[in-house]
Write a protein that binds this ligand. Structure first.
Ligand SMILES: [Zn+2]
Ligand SMILES: [Zn+2]
Length: 212
């Protein structure tokens, strides 16, 4: 069975999640934005072996630690969708702009597309392409444990910003209603920032997507 532990990292309190297979104790880290020593200590405390990096999108607070972590542990980088290439290319500028430690450039080992799956140990998660916040944003869904790791698509009570280059509000709303809602009202989502919620609760009470 899939298990996970979420660790807020960077001054942006980005939710990096360590996800692992109970049987093999192999783990992937979703969005290693920074604070790598802290993340590695958490992986050790959980007694899991990091073997993959998964990215929802290439903003600095989510992807800033990727190049260094991949190099340190020799890990494959999986995701995001190729639409985020320009954000990856811009990581050095993003680090200067937001006062992050210099972020190295990387090339994903494997780009992701809508309908792909990713695997950790004996656990499989579905990949959905959810553009709008960034054009190459993806989310990871585990139907088995009814959890979705949604990055900056949706938050408890809010939605992702769409005022960045190639951000688009209508596209983001379509991603939420057409690709997240079908996962089911009872599905718990882990957003890129802030507390968890369920899709059902957001459909009832989130002012940006209420009643959709
Ligand atoms: Zn973002
Ligand atoms: Zn973010």
């Amino acid at each position: 069975m899939l298990r996970y532990h979420t660790v807020p990292v960077t001054p942006f309190q980005q939710n990096a999640s360590i996800v692992w297979c109970d049987d093999t104790r192999e783990a992937a880290i979703i969005d290693p934005g920074g604070d790598l020593d802290h993340l590695l200590a958490e992986a050790q405390r959980l007694d899991v072996k990091l073997v993959q990096i998964w990215l929802t999108h290439a903003h600095i607070d989510h992807a800033g630690g990727t190049a260094e972590l991949a190099k340190r542990l020799n890990l494959p980088i999986i995701g995001p969708h190729p639409g985020d290439q320009f954000w990856i290319d811009g990581l050095p500028q993003q680090s200067v702009m937001f006062g992050f430690p210099p972020a190295g450039h990387f090339t994903p080992t494997r780009w992701l597309a809508d309908g792909d799956t990713v695997q950790i140990g004996h656990c499989t998660l579905n990949v959905r392409h959810c553009p709008g916040h960034t054009p190459g944003h993806v989310v990871f869904h585990s139907p088995d444990i009814q959890r979705a790791f949604v990055g900056d698509v949706l938050f408890a009570g809010s939605i992702g910003r769409t005022d960045f280059p190639q951000g688009d509000h209508d596209t983001l709303i379509a991603s939420i209603t057409q690709r997240l809602w079908p996962m089911g009202d009872d599905t718990v989502f882990i957003p890129g920032h802030g507390p968890e919620s369920t899709f059902g609760r957001e459909r009832r009470s989130n002012p940006y997507v209420r009643g959709t």
